[in-house]
Design a binder for this molecule. Sequence first.
Ligand SMILES: Cc1ncc(COP(=O)(O)O)c(C=O)c1O
Length: 395
Amino acid sequence: MSNPQFPFAARMDGLSGSAIREIFKLLRLPGMISFAGGNPAPEALEEAVITDVAQHVMSQDGKAILQYGPTEGYGPLRVRLCDWLRGFGFSPTTEEVLPITGSTQGIDLVCKALVDPGDAVLVENPTFLGALQTLRLYQANIVPVVSDENGIIVQALEEAMRKYRPKLLYIIPTFQNPTGVTLAEDRRAPIAALAEKYGVLVLEDDPYRDLRYAGRPMPAIKGYDQAGWVAHLSSFSKTIAPGLRCGALSADEGLIRKLAICKQSVDVHTSTLTQAVVSEYLARRLLPGHLADIRKLYAARLAAMLEALAAWPEGTRYTTPLGGLFVWVRLPGGMDASELLSRAVEKGVAFVPGSHFYCQDAQADTLRLNFSNSEPDKIRRGMAVLQELIREMPG
Ligand SMILES: Cc1ncc(COP(=O)(O)O)c(C=O)c1O
């Protein structure tokens, strides 16, 4: 096979994506216990329900669904999204909501519309790997802001806004990926106020909000947004099905118009069949019941994982999330999580070393554990393997 040397654009410099892809290849090995992905449980994917919903929408509106549609989205879905988003603590109009092809696309569109090479973008550190990848593709100057167990520290955020004059703050306030941490309620209004004061768009990525297993829900940062400086991303990937590729971006109407221009050149519009399926799913009020089922399923898995972690060697530290899909762990004695992964994979267990989620100052002794994708028994077995390996490893 030839090996052409393609003249790649500068934005591709240093973007290999290989380390994490190698981990995900391992997951296909038979018998592997995976704490690596962020996938819903197979039991949570309702193929019979979705088939029924899809058949219904095709029989009702098949010609329109199969035709090109408006970039701004399928009308009935926009209306239902407005209703659903009220539960997040804000009430958009249909013009303030854009159906998107997964929240991944929302991150891309906002970067496309706002970020020039070298522009400062503030992030939590660690943060979602997919967002880091997108920010790197847009050649952003990615600047970390310090967080504690209650999320980003408001004073540190204001200092960073003053110092770097960023275009954007990218933040996952609820059950963060990768740490599972939730931004305290009393930090939310101040963040919205800072966005307005410094003219920085807050991109609030909120795919885990409905996966709450304890405590009471709190309004999104967008709920405190007086002047349109917060753009909110939601997704049905973690609740209905990631393969549908459907989410929603809620923002100021003028910003939505610009993002729709960007979207035209990406995919013209999100698949109308997908939008119609999600619209009908919401119209039938299937989501609350389904959420109740998967919350129960995942809460038991989280409990199994936390119970196993309590037995790990002294010095292990970990978050105790109230929702979401991940627990974040710091190994005892500065142990290297990548070294642990190499050993774990030989014993049939996989996870993602935490270093991949940092934009700088990567902490090698951290790891992210996903609990949604394995039954409690499997979780206990996999966690016991890791526990044993940690005991054997030189600290
Ligand atoms: C914080 C965050 N944002 C976005 C996504 C991607 O979601 P989607 O499937 O809606 O593109 C994920 C998935 O893991 C995530 O954790």
